[in-house]
Design a protein around this ligand. Structure first.
Ligand SMILES: Cc1cc2nc3c(=O)[nH]c(=O)nc-3n(C[C@H](O)[C@H](O)[C@H](O)COP(=O)(O)OP(=O)(O)OC[C@H]3O[C@@H](n4cnc5c(N)ncnc54)[C@H](O)[C@@H]3O)c2cc1C
Length: 296
């Protein structure tokens, strides 16, 4: 099958790009191994067009259905390699190779979650007790007792941001806070516990035990552990990535490699569905212009 574009990643970014490209009569194949972080969203309330909220799985289902309406195929395979051969991109997935003049990377990020002494972090994400993005759901956390868990610098920065939503914010460092007055982060005005000893989620509530043996209760935990970009394929393709592994693109979402585009969370730390949609529209238009015209 001859392709105009291979899309790697079937989350909100990749699926939206597939719909746009199919509606431009371009031949696309989406590869997706089913790890969209959107699957954990219990209910998003800032996704445009859903005034009463939408679960991540429902949104993914609708996006897949919309792409399928215009004939986009989602191939449930993991892409393991990419390289360019005689001006064409070649990818490998489960031992098969596929060629295309353009490739769109929409591979997302890897969420680092805290280890729980009791309970499962993925289940806690799915039921909204563990969260990872204040811009996504801080509003729904208004006036709750909130712990922000992570390396001190990250957790402190996140906790400061969270003060928009609640006056009851506690930083729970996973490392022992440095005694050093020259530490490069600012904890002034924040409640900072001794380092985390254990974190448990039982019957809808959180308990933190710190290294001084003290117990603390919270309604919600925000993870501030970082979420590195899944940028391996970009690196394999020779595209530039920044110090956090995020893929660097120009204003058309094209990477430093001609014909290789990137969209969504893998590009930006403004990890939002609306941003993924916008990136996808920009990239699909640019990919269409890059390809030879295909008049009917
Ligand atoms: C708990 C939680 C709640 C959130 N709530 C909100 C919210 O309310 N509002 C909001 O705007 N955002 C929210 N987000 C963020 C939102 O989920 C992301 O911004 C969005 O999913 C990014 O879309 P994406 O397509 O870039 O990446 P993803 O959705 O992560 O999709 C990437 C896809 O690429 C696939 N993939 C990766 N590598 C390969 C490979 N080599 N081969 C094949 N497939 C591959 C993965 O399997 C995955 O399906 C939330 C995130 C989390 C974790």
């Amino acid at each position: 099958m001859e392709l105009d574009c291979i899309i790697i990643g079937g989350g909100p970014a990749g699926l939206t790009a597939a719909t746009y490209l199919r509606r431009l009569h371009r031949r696309v194949m989406v590869f997706d191994d089913g790890r969209s972080r959107a699957r954990w969203i219990p209910e998003s309330h800032n996704c445009p067009g859903f005034p009463l909220g939408v679960s991540g799985n429902e949104l993914l289902h609708r996006l897949r259905e919309q792409a399928a309406t215009y004939g986009a195929t989602v191939n449930p395979k993991r892409v393991s390699s990419i390289h360019r051969e005689s001006g064409t991109w070649r990818i490998e997935a489960d031992g098969e190779t596929w060629d295309s003049p353009t490739v769109l990377l929409a591979t997302g990020v890897v969420d680092r979650l805290p280890t729980l002494a009791s309970g499962d972090p993925e289940e806690a994400l799915r039921n909204g007790l563990l969260r990872s993005c204040a811009l996504c759901d801080g509003y729904e956390a208004t006036d709750q007792r909130i712990a922000v868990v992570g390396p001190l610098a990250k957790a402190a920065a996140n906790a400061r941001y969270m003060t928009t939503f609640s006056a009851d914010i506690t930083v729970v460092p996973i490392d022992e806070p440095a005694q050093d007055a020259n530490a490069a982060f600012d904890t002034a005005g924040l409640v900072v516990l001794a380092a985390l000893q254990s974190l448990s989620c039982k019957e809808g509530a959180w308990e933190v035990i710190d290294t001084q043996g003290r117990s603390h209760r919270f309604d919600l935990v925000y993870a501030a552990m970082g979420a590195p970009a899944r940028g391996e394929l970009a690196r394999l393709a020779g595209a530039k990535v920044d110090e956090d592994g995020a893929v660097i693109t120009n204003e058309h979402m094209e990477t430093s490699q001609t014909g290789l585009f990137a969209v969504g969370d893998v590009v930006t730390d403004l990890n939002q569905i609306a941003v993924a949609f916008g990136h996808a529209a920009i990239a699909a238009s640019a990919i269409h212009r890059t390809l030879p015209p295909a008049p009917r």
